[in-house]
Unconditional design. Sequence first.
Length: 310
Amino acid sequence: MYDLCRTHDIPHRNTGKWIVAQDETQMEALQKVHDFATSLDIPIRFLSKEEAKRREPDVRAEAGVLESPTTGIVDSHSLMQFLQGDFEDKGGICAFKSPVTHVTPLKAGRDGWEITTTTTSSETGGEGETATITASTLINAAGLYAIPLSNMILPKERHMKPYYAKGSYFSYSVSHPKPKTLVYPAPIPGHGGLGTHLTLDMSGRVRFGPDVEWTSDPTDYRPNGSRLKAALDDIQSYLPGIDRSAIGLDYVGIRPKLGKGGSVTSGAGFQDFWIKKEEGFEGFVNLLGIESPGLTSALAIAEEVEDLLY
């Protein structure tokens, strides 16, 4: 990802990431993350209290800090524009605003796949033109709609229930404290998200979030202010000098989930990405539960899909 961004001038920054622990229980969770990451040869290390205080004096970490030095941020819109342009330069075609309404495997995919889309009429808001194409392979990378699409294809006993984790982000309108590193609270086993963490945008502005609110509606992007106090308490545990009055609702995102288990490999209930060539079908790869960091994992996921298919 860093090589791609450097080569094609996609705005990005290697910020690093801290996961902070305030007590012994949280420190045990950090140790599990450390051990798992180390087993995969991912660069990760514990910081001494002296180094942590010197580098980020405003961050509170009573028990310890685990650092991921290779974590960074990227301008997601620029990245997506590049990927679309690169795809089209290589002969790909994008059909936006064309929801898939039906998928038919021909001889279990051995003769290909019929994919039917129905566009939305700009005049009436209702259904517009219907079109069907035939493809030799089908990669279901439909994000929030990936599980419903998969359920169109697989037999009923292999259907899955989609879960949607709605998360509100919070803006910060004053200039201090302003860490230069992403800061995450220690993971809570079984929690659906990564805690209300401190993130940065490309201009250096601080945001907090997302929190977790389960919803059954993948189109529900209304911010929810009822969780603001809980988020403030969460943030103040690792950034005690914040001005609580300067934090307000910003925007909402929704993550596709495979269940209500944890997002971090620190305990029971962890749920990983589902990247699978589905048994009994030719040329069909399912990508389910691809939540954050699905975008920054996109190139690695693509390599995995290519290996599965070819």
